[in-house]
Design a protein around this ligand. Structure first.
Ligand code: MLT
Length: 246
């Protein structure tokens, strides 16, 4: 540890990445509803995830024999083995397997962030273990919300605000951007009941209309997982497995 405070900031969507991306060694990609919640669940279950941006890339992998998952606008894309429901990644049959995943926003955000030295995956589900790990790194951290089609969204901002709040309160980090201060205050307003705070949010409504309320409840449950997923080459694995996989 250098003893100097490190910086943590929040970027609300991939469309703003170019404004924020300099001077951070670690990017944390967040897509609470539902991509990064699904990835955390999968990795905790011993599944390796290969995130790809397009349906075509996922199809190519599927044609080579991989299990492939694809979601667009909240629904499973026709012809794919799975979608983006976190609960589906708990299947014991998937343990030890690799799943290639493409989603509307989350996997694109991961692929944008991959220019950073380190990319880790954040959600409300792994909040405490992720914050603990981040505090141990002594690095500058950019929290990237996946948003919705390049726009701001509330759920990723709440999660980014929770991480920023915890890191700043530890006295090891500082923040200067208004986006970070706003995320922190949105989180503080929401934290007692995130589910009802998000009642009017656009993606919660979209998922409710698709009968995916159970997924929403799962994704909004803090700390039901302990994994810290990290991108190693093309694969997302658990942090403690990275040495074995390298
Ligand atoms: C995304 O990547 O935009 C999401 O995870 C959408 C979803 O499946 O809810």
């Amino acid at each position: 540890m250098t003893g100097e405070k490190k910086r943590v900031e929040v970027c609300y969507s991939p469309s703003q990445w170019h404004l924020y991306k300099n001077n951070y060694e670690i990017a944390v990609v967040i897509d609470v509803l539902r991509a990064t919640s699904a990835i955390c669940t999968a990795v905790e279950n011993g599944v390796t995830i290969v995130p790809v941006s397009s349906v075509e890339e996922a199809k190519d992998y599927q044609n080579k024999g991989y299990i492939a998952a694809a979601e667009r606008d909240g629904q499973i894309v026709e012809g794919f083995d799975m979608g983006n429901s976190p609960v589906s990644y708990k299947d014991p049959e998937l343990k030890g397997k690799t799943v290639v995943l493409t989603t509307t926003n989350g996997t694109t955000a991961i692929n944008i962030a991959r220019e950073k030295e380190t990319v880790v995956i954040g959600s409300l589900n792994n909040l405490d273990s992720l914050c603990k790990w981040l505090k141990e790194q002594d690095k500058n951290i950019l929290l990237l919300g996946s948003g919705w089609k390049d726009k701001f969204n509330l759920e990723d901002t709440i999660c980014a605000g929770a991480i920023a709040d915890e890191l700043i309160e530890s006295q090891k980090f500082f923040a200067e951007e208004d986006s970070t201060i706003a995320a922190k205050f949105i989180y503080r307003s929401a934290k007692e009941n995130i589910f009802s705070f998000l009642k009017a949010s656009s993606h919660r409504k979209r998922l409710r209309n698709l009968n995916l309320n159970e997924d929403v409840k799962y994704c909004l449950t803090p700390n039901n997982l302990t994994v810290v997923p990290i991108l190693k080459g093309d694969e997302i694995v658990a942090v403690n497995l990275e040495v074995e996989k390298a």
